[in-house]
Design a protein around this ligand. Structure first.
Ligand code: HEM
Length: 429
């Protein structure tokens, strides 16, 4: 066990903790550590990195809302862009403050308007039905690779306007980009090493000529045509979609399957009432928080419950801990798809709240459509296993501890050999 002592030894008498939120123990099972941080106080000094942590809902929510004090422009990872060169040109959205952020956000929000999303609905549903039919015909399937990964990779690139097979590139790039938010540890080095050449591939596929007409990427370039963003900015905005749009939903769907595999009663509930699909995905975002944390940097001295945080300091916001704060949620450690999870910060909150949320929700509901298939999917098999391992923002299931998320077809359907589920990029941890 790591040293988990929480004592009043931080700046100004703040509670301090020796916990390493990027360490293996923490990542393997973060939720007990989240409780410690929440109970230590509204703001806690993390000695190891010399940064602040907020793990309670009220403070996390407040910081997300108050972008003028809690800035994103110095990066939303541990690295401080004012002191270190970012590993790539910063995101115009995620790593920017108004007014620059507002202009960029407008271009992306326009490209992903409710009308555009509504137009994708049918395509997503059709793709889900077709995937479900294929899987049912095959029999026992690997829920993570064959649903959580396969489905977003079928619908997302096409929606953006990428027509090539891009599975490896998008998965590797997302993996690296999210790991880059953490410290320079082995995990980060490994994911950087895996991605040689992929950054160039991504850049090439953000260019206007690489994108099919009518897709989300092309629609972002429409803002360049109107002069509200430059051509170079449009390319970086397409890059934002490619960075944030795959890994997140793969993990989100993986988490949903994982939660349902562990709790047969909830799965049966969903099977019995498919109108709960949206709520089940929302509860997954609250309960499992596929994106666990993001940093902010203070622009001024700020007082939080009597503790002074200086200007220019990094603050790690534990979205996942906020999503299970008993001060905000009843029975927070219970996965309950009938819960009204409204208000969770799984998609963030405020000006940086996930711009792809509607898209992700469409995928979340779409994936549940598998249960609509003629014979239906009668159940998942789950077995007791240690909770998923998490790194910084992303959740992964190490192969050795992976819960069994195989999905079985209904009686009468073909049953080929069961194949063991293996979480894809666990080798890189
Ligand atoms: C389950 C899936 C997803 C989760 C859990 C998720 C989570 C988040 C969170 C927590 C933020 C807030 C970041 C912050 O406050 O600093 C965010 C922002 C963002 N997300 Fe997502 N996301 C998901 C899917 C997507 C998809 C599908 C796309 C693109 C199609 C996307 C694109 C973005 C972008 C571009 C931002 C930056 C927005 C800004 O800074 O204004 N996300 N996401």
């Amino acid at each position: 066990m790591p040293d988990t002592t929480v004592e009043a030894a931080g700046p100004g008498g703040a509670p301090a903790s020796a916990l390493d939120p990027f360490g293996d123990d923490f990542l393997r099972d973060p939720f007990a550590f989240h409780t410690q941080l929440r109970e230590a106080g509204p703001v806690v000094w993390l000695e190891r990195y010399g940064v602040w942590a907020m793990a309670r809902y009220a403070e996390v929510h407040d910081a997300l809302r108050n972008w003028a004090t809690y800035s994103s422009a110095a990066g939303v990872g541990l690295s401080d862009f004012r002191k270190e060169k970012p590993w790539r040109p910063p995101s115009l959205l995620l790593e920017a403050d108004p007014p620059e952020h507002s202009r960029a956000r407008k271009a992306v929000a326009r490209a992903m308007s409710p009308r555009t999303i509504a137009a994708l609905r049918e395509d997503f549903a059709r793709e889900a039905d077709s995937l479900a039919a294929e899987l049912l015909a095959r029999g026992t399937v690997d829920g993570v690779t064959e649903i959580a990964e396969a489905y977003p990779l079928r619908v997302f690139p096409r929606a953006v306007g990428i027509t090539q097979d891009c599975r490896e590139q998008l998965l590797a790039y997302g993996n690296m980009a999210f790991n880059a938010f953490g410290p320079r540890n082995q995990l980060q080095a490994d994911s950087m090493a895996q991605v040689q050449g992929v950054a160039a591939w991504i850049a090439a596929h953000c260019a206007r000529e690489a994108l099919a007409p009518g897709g989300l990427g092309d629609r972002i370039y429409a803002s360049a045509d109107e002069g509200t963003v430059t051509e170079d900015e449009a390319a970086l905005l397409v890059r934002s979609l490619l960075t944030a749009g795959v890994d997140t939903t793969v993990i989100g769907l993986g988490c949903a399957l994982d939660c349902l595999a562990r709790d047969g009663a909830q799965w049966q509930l969903l099977r019995g009432d498919l109108s709960l699909a949206g709520a089940a995905f929302e509860e997954t975002l609250r309960y499992a928080s596929p994106v666990q944390t993001f940093f902010r940097t203070t622009t001024r001295e700020v007082e939080v419950d009597g503790i002074t945080i200086g200007a220019g300091e990094k603050v790690l916001l534990f979205l996942a801990a906020a999503n299970r704060d008993p001060r905000r949620w009843t029975d927070p450690d219970r996965f309950d798809i009938r819960r009204r999870a409204v208000g969770h910060v799984g998609f963030g909150y405020g000006i940086h709240a996930c711009v792809g949320a509607a898209f992700a929700r469409l995928e979340g509901r779409g994936a549940a459509a598998g249960a609509r298939a003629p014979r239906g999917i009668p159940g998942t098999s789950g077995r007791a296993a240690p909770p998923p391992q998490q790194h910084a923002q992303r959740l992964r299931l190490p192969a050795a501890h992976a819960p069994d998320t195989r999905v079985r077809p209904a009686a009468g359907a073909a049953r080929p050999q069961a194949r063991h589920h293996r979480w894809p990029r666990s080798g890189s941890t």
